[in-house]
Design a protein around this ligand. Structure first.
Ligand SMILES: *[C@@H]1O[C@H](CO)[C@@H](O)[C@H](O)[C@H]1NC(C)=O
Ligand SMILES: *[C@@H]1O[C@H](CO)[C@@H](O)[C@H](O)[C@H]1NC(C)=O
Ligand SMILES: *[C@@H]1O[C@H](CO)[C@@H](O)[C@H](O)[C@H]1NC(C)=O
Ligand SMILES: *[C@@H]1O[C@H](CO)[C@@H](O)[C@H](O)[C@H]1NC(C)=O
Ligand SMILES: *[C@@H]1O[C@H](CO)[C@@H](O)[C@H](O)[C@H]1NC(C)=O
Ligand SMILES: *[C@@H]1O[C@H](CO)[C@@H](O)[C@H](O)[C@H]1NC(C)=O
Ligand SMILES: *[C@@H]1O[C@H](CO)[C@@H](O)[C@H](O)[C@H]1NC(C)=O
Length: 380
């Protein structure tokens, strides 16, 4: 074992010699004494990382803070934003385990060669000006756990290579220009957190959304053409925060959402939701922040919702609620402006309220609730 390791190291060093600007000092190996392999000497995997990072440096078109100025020489572990750690499968060697180029305004693309960073667990490049998309070579990053591409200029359809990353837990692609459909298989992945807000995705929430084990789901500011599926209730043991503001949601809130007993944040503000606030929401026992403002919800606010033990902030302004139990006003923060609440300040005009209430809401017309199959034909 030891012999082959040292051999490999020796080989690596030999291969390393012709590199343009070796920044490490290849000290002569102490000949007879068998010293353990130093983790700071390069190895095959760091060499591959060197190739990948040099290719990336060439794909960078602007680096206004000179963040990558020290990206030369074979000692990639010393590059700014590059983090090395012992390989999980071989603690004796160092590999590139993380890349973190957050907030440095770099312009450029992600080259195919990044697929050589096969030991990468974290890839964070948020708040830069990267464009293009995620290369298919990312499929080789089988250890990738966190992928944060947020706040860049990435575009195109959802990068399907992401679906093939077996270790991915945290996916953040918010604030980019991705468009088109969102593949429903994304909700079959064993993710912990999913942020896709502020893109141009145009999709409807698929029925399998409830299969996703995420604790945080943020869809805000996209085009969702449809309803909140009742299958969300399958996330009752895992979902802690769901934020779908300003996304064109239609239909009624499905009563099944009341079983989301681990939810702390529920925000569906700025949509086109209609109908009542389901009484079942009294089952959201851990709810702290509830924002349903700017919809066309109507009817009475259930007292049981305002009595939720940890509810701090309930924002329901800009709806058509007609009755509000007094305990709702005792919350730490609440906002009831622009509803149809008698004797409360800053409400809608009686005409506006009358107009809405003259058409009863039929939650069935949106085609959101799964219809039962038609009964079998009667026997002849
Ligand atoms: C890495 O950087 C540190 C400090 O910047 C320096 O002391 C060390 O010699 C460098 N290591 C190599 C191998 O270049
Ligand atoms: C970056 O490097 C260039 C060229 O060496 C230099 O002109 C510029 O002032 C540097 N910018 C910063 C922010 O250090
Ligand atoms: C990046 O650009 C933004 C907008 O121009 C600027 O506000 C910010 O300070 C820049 N960040 C760095 C690290 O230069
Ligand atoms: C979104 O998708 C729907 C249905 O496929 C389509 O009718 C609509 O034009 C699309 N909207 C945008 C902005 O692409
Ligand atoms: C969660 O939902 C499943 C199926 O919908 C149900 O069997 C289970 O009892 C629920 N658990 C809780 C804690 O509500
Ligand atoms: C969700 O709530 C259930 C019951 O309250 C609890 O057993 C479970 O550990 C919670 N899950 C998480 C992820 O907090
Ligand atoms: C309550 O929530 C609303 C909507 O998210 C927010 O605008 C407001 O600042 C919050 N109020 C407090 C006191 O936290």
């Amino acid at each position: 074992m030891k012999t082959s390791n040292s051999l490999l190291l020796l080989l690596s060093i030999l291969i390393l010699l012709p590199l343009p600007e070796p920044s490490f000092q290849a000290s002569p190996l102490p000949s007879p004494s068998p010293s353990p392999p130093s983790p700071f000497l390069p190895n095959q995997r760091l060499l591959k990382a060197y190739t990948a990072l040099q290719a990336w440096k060439h794909a960078i078109t602007d680096d206004p803070t000179n963040f990558t100025a020290d990206w030369y020489g074979s000692n990639v572990c010393n590059y700014s934003g590059v983090f090395c750690a012992p390989a999980p499968d071989d603690p004796d060697i160092l590999t590139v385990a993380g890349v973190d180029l957050n907030h440095v305004n770099i312009s450029g693309t992600l080259p195919d060669d990044l697929g050589l960073l096969t030991d990468l667990a974290l890839f964070h490049i948020n708040s830069n000006l990267f464009c293009g998309t995620v290369p298919n070579s990312f499929r080789f990053l089988t250890l990738l756990f966190e992928l944060d591409l947020s706040n860049n200029d990435f575009s195109g359809e959802f990068p399907s290579v992401i679906l093939s990353l077996p270790s991915l837990k945290f996916l953040d692609i918010r604030f980019n220009k991705f468009h088109g459909d969102l593949p429903s298989s994304l909700f079959e992945k064993k993710l912990d957190a999913l942020f896709i807000n502020n893109n141009d995705f145009n999709f409807s929430l698929p029925e399998n959304i409830g299969n996703s084990p995420v604790s945080v789901l943020v869809f805000a500011n996209n085009n969702i053409n449809g309803c909140l599926p009742s299958s969300l209730s399958n996330m009752n043991n895992t979902l802690e925060e769901i934020i779908i503001t300003n996304s064109g949601l239609i239909g009624c809130l499905p009563p099944e959402i009341g079983s989301l007993s681990n939810l702390t944040v529920f925000d569906v503000s700025d949509n086109n939701l209609v109908g009542p606030l389901p009484e079942t929401m009294a089952g959201m026992k851990k709810l702290e922040q509830l924002n349903i403002a700017h919809n066309q919800l109507s009817g009475e606010i259930p007292a049981s919702v305002c009595l939720l033990p940890t509810l701090q902030n309930f924002t329901y302004s800009y709806n058509f609620f007609c009755s509000e139990p007094s305990m709702c006003l005792k919350l730490q923060a609440s906002d009831d402006r622009k509803n149809c609440l008698p004797e409360r300040p800053l409400q809608r005009s009686p005409e506006e309220c009358k107009a809405l209430y003259s058409y009863p809401v039929d939650c069935g017309v949106f085609g959101c609730t799964r219809r039962l199959p038609p009964p079998p034909p009667p026997p002849l």
